[in-house]
Design a protein around this ligand. Structure first.
Ligand code: FPP
Length: 261
């Protein structure tokens, strides 16, 4: 499959935050802590995940007013298959529930839904849900909601490398054509820019195989709130923290560069 033309700005060109208010415009979230939230309340883990969906709806609704136009959330990782079968099927059901209960509202609000991750291994009803979500919102562009589902950053890089190898095999590319800039066109996030900010809730400080390539120059904010308790005020706090950061993309501070001539 030939890659789409790149929309991702060159990371090495040092693209400043796009928003006039200092960004971030693309926020990615590792929604962690559903299980601990449920446990603390003496509830089954499934209710923690259900509360997680409610928090996700609230955050997606609040995001545009905070200057965000793209949000990527980690719904189910390639490693989550290791969880008990009951919990795996609960997470699958929740994707269906989220799409069923919110798709029409998202569509009318101008949201385009993209589901990132491997399609292989997913049950037929989930594939149908994914197609429905993507197709019915394909004409929208006001806000992009990317749900990583059966997604792993390493798997996505492997799939991109395989796609490039196939292009070479088909005589459409030479091995030497591959660069940091055009490789991203083979990733499942090829349709847009990388995240400015990656948030992880619940106090854990790991990337857990999320957006490995795309995270190259992202800022990280770790918040102690468990995901079901996460609200717009927490997102606002993360954005404020982001705005205190100085993004240099491997270069130097502008003032230092001026001072040293
Ligand atoms: C981490 O909590 C969260 C997940 C594994 C998945 C996140 C899923 C949702 C918010 C709901 C489903 C949403 C979609 C769109 C499918 P955890 O179970 O690892 O919590 P713990 O670390 O406290 O056990």
């Amino acid at each position: 499959m030939a890659p789409q033309p790149s929309l991702m700005p060159s990371l090495r060109q040092g693209t400043p935050n796009a928003s006039s208010e200092g960004g971030p415009t693309h926020v990615a979230i590792i929604m962690d802590g559903n299980g601990r939230w449920a446990k603390a309340k003496g509830l089954p883990r499934s209710l923690g995940h259900q509360a997680g969906v409610a928090a996700l709806k609230t955050i997606v609704e609040a995001a545009p007013a905070l200057g965000i136009d793209r949000m990527t959330v980690f719904g189910f990782s390639t490693e989550n298959w290791r969880r008990p079968a009951g919990e795996v099927s609960e997470l699958m059901k929740l994707l269906k529930f989220y799409v069923r209960s919110d798709l029409e509202r998202l569509r009318r609000a101008g949201v385009r839904v993209h589901i990132l991750g491997r399609r292989t291994g997913l049950p037929a009803d989930i594939l149908e849900t994914i197609d429905q979500a993507e197709q019915s919102t394909a004409a929208n562009s006001r806000f992009h909601l990317q749900v990583a589902f059966n997604y792993g950053g390493q798997a996505d890089i492997i799939d991109a490398a395989r796609a490039f190898a196939e292009a070479v095999k088909a005589g459409q590319a030479e091995p030497g054509d591959l660069t940091e800039d055009n490789f991203q066109a083979y990733l499942s996030t090829a349709n847009g820019p990388p995240p400015d900010l990656i948030i992880r809730t619940s106090g854990e400080r790991r990337l857990s195989n999320f957006l490995l390539w795309e995270a190259a120059y992202a800022e990280f904010v770790f918040q102690d709130v468990l995901w079901p308790d996460y609200g717009p005020a927490d997102l606002k706090a993360a954005i404020e923290e982001f705005r205190t950061r100085e993004r240099r993309y491997g270069g130097t501070d502008v003032n230092d560069a001026l001072a040293t001539g």
